[in-house]
Design a protein. Structure first.
Length: 354
């Protein structure tokens, strides 16, 4: 009996040691128990339809690329993003995808990841300094240009518009703002632009739009740099008696950025007039595509891709895959030389979720 007990005890010890070694191996190699590479994906926020769509798309694409996904949510806070990245590193991830909203403050975190040779893909935004494996983004200057061309055409080159800016600490806010202003100045000098900083906050955007419409009741256009301002903008227009169809002389032309299902419905209903469809599905797909490519040791160069986009070199050591982001309107017409898709076009991700 003692021999049997001693044998069982030894076997138990061996099993415990084996389990411990296996656990250590998974942590050290950054692979899950199923052998899939473990990657970290930080969601920047979950309070907008656009980012909630991105969140929903991500697990399916992780499965498609054979990745085991660990996720966090930094809630538009760079300090939380930094803490989330520390968690990922402690979990032994093989790569990290993130969408830093403060593109200047993320530099020290990128340095930490680079020191550990953990590749990074940034989505929607690119860092002001520091290198990452790939930026997955659309041309945000084109967003501002397309919004400008649409409003310029609708207003006949004259009048007043409000631009509800994002956060100018973000490359996206700066790109959209600068491009919109540059386009207006060059092509529609008789249109006055009231630029309002909102920090991507819908309540702030609504308050500033209300103030502008009170001071300038002849405003005829609104450019929202993201759908974060959609609900508030519609509410303010309704309160002012301006939420009327495009055939009504009181109509205020509204163009947004994102392409969420609600925007597409609003365009069809005549509540807003246009949006630029930012590809939430492709952001999720190619964020994980490039993480897998980094783990596999692949490299890329500037030029056309096989998925209707162009990789550009932003600066030495930094590449950006600029995905397609079309203008969307009710009639699919061309405005100021910019072609558009109809709001019910089935190629738009927003129609698939709507």
């Amino acid at each position: 009996m003692k021999t049997v007990n001693r044998t069982i005890a030894c076997l138990g010890a061996v099993a415990a040691i084996t389990a411990a070694l296996t656990a250590c191996g998974a942590s050290d190699t950054g692979s899950a128990g199923n052998g899939k590479p473990v990657v970290g994906l930080d969601f920047p926020r979950s309070d907008t339809d656009f980012w909630n769509s991105y969140i929903k798309y991500s697990p399916g694409f992780a499965t498609d690329f054979g990745l085991d996904l660990k996720t966090t949510n930094s809630q538009n806070d760079v300090a939380k993003l930094t803490a989330n990245v520390q968690t990922f590193m402690s979990q032994g991830v093989k790569g990290v995808a993130m969408a830093p909203q403060d593109t200047a403050a993320i530099a020290p975190t990128l340095e930490q990841l680079a020191a550990k040779k953990i590749p990074v893909v940034t989505v929607d935004t690119r860092p002001d300094t520091g290198d990452v494996y790939m930026v997955v983004r659309a041309d945000n200057r084109a967003y501002g240009e397309k919004a400008c061309r649409f409003l310029g055409a609708k207003l006949g080159g004259k009048g007043k518009v409000v631009m509800l800016q994002g956060d100018l600490s973000s490359i996206n806010g700066r790109d959209r703002t600068e491009a919109f202003n540059d386009c207006m100045k060059a092509n529609y000098p008789d249109i006055t632009v009231f630029g309002e900083a909102t920090n991507w906050d819908g309540a702030v955007a609504a308050q500033k739009l209300q103030t502008d419409l009170t001071a300038h009741p002849d405003i005829k256009g609104v450019y929202m740099q993201s759908s974060f301002a959609l609900a508030g903008t519609l509410q303010v227009l309704k309160q002012k008696g301006l939420l009327v169809g495009p055939e009504d002389p009181k109509h205020v032309f509204v163009v947004s950025n994102d392409g969420i299902p609600e925007e597409l419905r609003n365009i069809t209903e005549g509540l807003i007039d246009a949006t630029v469809s930012q590809p939430a599905d492709l952001y999720a797909k190619y964020a994980l595509h490039y993480l897998k490519a980094a783990i596999d040791g692949k490299t890329f160069a500037p030029g056309k891709t096989d998925h209707d986009s162009t990789i550009i070199q932003v600066r030495e050591g930094l590449l950006e895959d600029q995905l397609s982001a079309p203008l969307v309107t009710a009639d699919g017409g061309t405005y100021g030389g910019v072609p558009s898709l109809k709001a019910d076009d089935q190629s738009l991700w927003g129609t698939k979720l709507g």
